[in-house]
Design a binder for this molecule. Structure first.
Ligand code: MG
Ligand code: ZN
Length: 227
């Protein structure tokens, strides 16, 4: 009884992920047809995802036409912050989709109704603040970035390895705060590398601009591979 219950549960979970993967492929096809590079930005609440986009968007203008789909459980605060930079932005409030803690391919697909993909070169998907389940859901992106701030501690890449394993780049953010913290940057760096030796490791401060140029170079290389 117990094992059949367990089996059913596993089947249901696999079914959900398979359905998501199909929709993610459809999203990716739409992105490819429109020639837009899609980057999923993941990270815990307060890791600095929106701040990174705010630092990035003006530096991409005018050569790279950028748009943003941003997911939060509630509020349109992030969309308002991004809209200041005069780029198209769609806010997803996940509480209305019943899947509050991450974005899925279907949620992103609905948000695309509000985006003119043909007019974009780059679309950021800022995922719901969460270091766990966004990693399980392909939303149709071409690349993934995980953002971890220095305030979160050295051990997070070991505790939440999947977010790092599925990411092409790992951004250590808020490095301007390091002098005020009891953090061992070498341990943090080596933990990021342990979680995913292949991910590009970047360290930056969206506030001071330190390290931002290396991040911009990584993005431009990703954009170059698309065209
Ligand atoms: Mg945000
Ligand atoms: Zn979730």
């Amino acid at each position: 009884m117990e094992s059949s219950g367990g089996g059913r549960r596993i089947k249901v979970a696999t079914g959900i992920l398979k359905a998501n993967d199909r929709l993610a492929e459809e999203n990716r096809r739409r992105f490819d047809e429109a020639g837009v590079l899609v980057v999923d930005v993941m990270g815990g609440p307060g890791s600095g995802k929106t701040a990174l986009l705010e630092a990035t968007i003006p530096r991409l203008k005018p050569e790279v036409r950028t748009g943003v789909v941003v997911g939060d459980v509630a509020t349109t605060r992030d969309a308002e912050r991004i809209a200041v930079h005069d780029v198209p932005v769609v806010q997803i409030e996940t509480e209305s989709f019943g899947g509050a803690c991450h974005l899925e391919a279907s949620t992103v697909r609905q948000a695309l109704d509000g985006v003119d993909l043909e007019s974009l070169d780059l679309l950021f998907v800022e995922n719901v603040g969460n270091l766990v389940c966004p990693s399980h859901f392909d939303v149709g992106q071409h690349g993934r970035v995980v953002v971890l701030s220095v305030t979160e501690g050295e051990d997070k890449p070991l505790k939440y390895p999947l977010a790092f394993q599925v990411s092409d780049a790992a951004v250590i953010s808020k490095i301007d705060l390091v002098p005020h913290l009891n953090i061992d940057m070498d341990t943090l760096r080596s933990n990021v590398e342990k979680a995913n030796p292949k991910a590009e490791r970047l360290e930056l401060s969206s506030l001071t601009g330190a390290g931002i140029e290396e991040w911009m170079a990584w993005l431009r290389r990703a954009l170059g591979r698309r065209s």
